[in-house]
Design a protein around this ligand. Structure first.
Ligand code: ADP
Ligand code: MG
Length: 244
C-alpha cells in the first residue's frame, strides 16, 4: 500500500535563504511519526508546505494517493489534512462550541454535501470537544481556559475536520510534566481511533514515548529517519541537535 503522505524532493526558499532542501518523507496510514530538529531547522515550514499555507518551489506532495500540489489549504483540509498551530489561534470572541463549529461547517459538511443540520451539528461540536476532554466547557470562551485547555482546544479545532492526518506542531511547549503526559495520551488516543499523527516536539521524553518512527531536520535537510531508539544514537543527530 502507498503511504498516506508522500513528500518528494521538497524545496522551499525565502528570498535567497534555503529553508527546505530536498525533503523526502513518507508517512504510512495509522503511523505515529515524531519530527524533531533545532529551532529554525524548517519543521513548521515543512508543515506549511504540506498543508498548503506556503508554496514549495521544488518537489511534490501526495496525500491519500493523489497529488495535492497547487491545491489551496482549505481543499487539503477537506481531503483530510489538518494541523494545529504552534501558537493557538482560536476565535477569541466565540464559545468553544462555536470554535469547533466553524471547521465542522467548512470541512465535514462540505465533504458530506451539507448532510449535517442543526441538532446534528451541535452534537458533532460536543463530540469533537469530548475527544479532547472539553465537552463540559463548550459554552466558555477561549479566555476562560488554562494553557493546557487552550492546547486541547487547538487540537479540537484540527480534529473538527475529521482528518486522516493530524500534524501537531509543538502542542506541548510551556506545559508541566503531567500536562505533557496528558497531551501525549490524547494524541495516542486519537491515533488509536485511526488518525495518523505527525508530532513536532522538543521535549524528548514526549517524543520517545509517542513516536513509532522519528525524523530529524537540521538546516532544512532531513539527516535521519527511522526507529527512534536508533535515530537518537546517530552521531550526526547527537552532534546537530541532542548534544545541545
Ligand atoms: P522550525 O519550525 O524548525 O523552528 P521554521 O520552519 O519556522 O523552523 O523556520 C525555518 C527557517 O525559515 C528559519 O530560519 C525562519 O526564520 C525562516 N522562515 C520561516 N518562515 C519564514 C517566512 N515566512 N519568511 C521568511 N523566513 C521564514
Ligand atoms: Mg516551528
Amino acid at each position: 500500500m502507498n503511504a498516506l503522505l508522500q513528500v518528494t524532493g521538497l524545496g522551499k526558499r525565502f528570498g535567497g535563504f534555503v529553508a527546505l532542501d530536498g525533503i523526502d518523507l513518507d508517512v504510512k496510514q495509522g503511523e505515529r511519526l515524531g519530527l524533531i530538529g533545532p529551532n529554525g531547522s524548517g519543521k513548521s515550514t515543512l508543515v506549511n508546505c504540506i498543508c498548503g499555507t506556503l508554496r514549495n518551489e521544488q518537489g511534490s506532495v501526495r496525500f491519500a494517493d493523489q497529488p495535492i500540489d497547487g491545491m489551496a489549504a482549505h481543499q487539503r483540509t477537506r481531503r483530510g489534512l489538518a494541523r494545529s498551530f504552534q501558537l493557538p489561534r482560536p476565535f477569541a470572541s466565540l464559545s468553544l462550541a462555536e470554535n469547533v463549529r466553524m471547521p465542522i461547517l467548512y470541512t465535514v459538511n462540505a465533504r458530506e454535501s451539507g448532510h449535517l443540520h442543526g441538532a446534528a451539528i451541535d452534537a458533532r461540536c460536543l463530540e469533537v470537544l469530548a475527544l479532547v476532554g472539553l465537552a463540559d466547557k463548550a459554552a466558555l470562551q477561549p479566555r476562560d481556559l488554562t494553557q493546557i485547555e487552550m492546547r486541547k482546544l487547538e487540537l479540537a479545532r484540527a480534529m473538527a475536520a475529521a482528518p486522516k492526518l493530524l500534524i501537531a506542531d509543538e502542542a506541548m511547549a510551556g506545559l508541566s510534566h503531567t500536562e505533557v503526559d496528558e497531551i501525549i495520551a490524547l494524541l495516542i488516543r486519537l491515533n488509536e481511533q485511526g488518525v495518523t499523527v505527525i508530532m513536532i516536539e522538543h521535549i524528548m521524553r514526549a517524543v520517545m514515548e509517542f513516536s513509532q518512527r522519528l525524523a530529524v531536520l537540521v538546516a532544512g535537510r532531513k539527516i535521519a529517519d527511522g526507529d527512534p531508539k536508533d535515530v537518537v544514537r546517530e552521531p550526526e543527530v547527537v552532534r546537530a541537535y541532542l548534544g545541545e
